[in-house]
Write a protein of this length. Structure first.
Length: 94
């Protein structure tokens, strides 16, 4: 690998309906110098729009999102053929 390839940051988009989760996940990822959070989306539609604009390498999306849920979002993103990874998260509370 060339030095240029080694310095390329991994672009990440985070989609979650909870503002605290968006902020905390972004803050946690900021400690890794190879990661750049390019967008925060509070719903699936904004996540899809931001994906088209920023073309992130990784999308971290909550399973239950307003407007477009995480599973449907993954299908839309897959159809864009951007060669990125989608990680779907789910929270269970008792």
């Amino acid at each position: 690998m060339t030095e240029e390839n080694n310095s390329k940051k991994i672009k990440v988009l985070i989609a979650d309906s909870n503002p605290d989760t968006l902020r905390n996940t972004s803050r946690l990822l900021s400690f890794e110098p190879r990661i750049e959070v390019v967008a925060l989306a509070p719903n699936g539609q904004e996540a899809l729009d931001f994906t088209k604009i920023h073309q992130p390498d990784v999308i971290i999306a909550e399973r239950v999102l307003p407007i477009i849920d995480g599973i449907e979002l993954a299908g839309h993103i897959n159809a864009l053929d951007l060669r990125n990874a989608v990680i779907i998260t789910s929270t269970v509370s008792e």
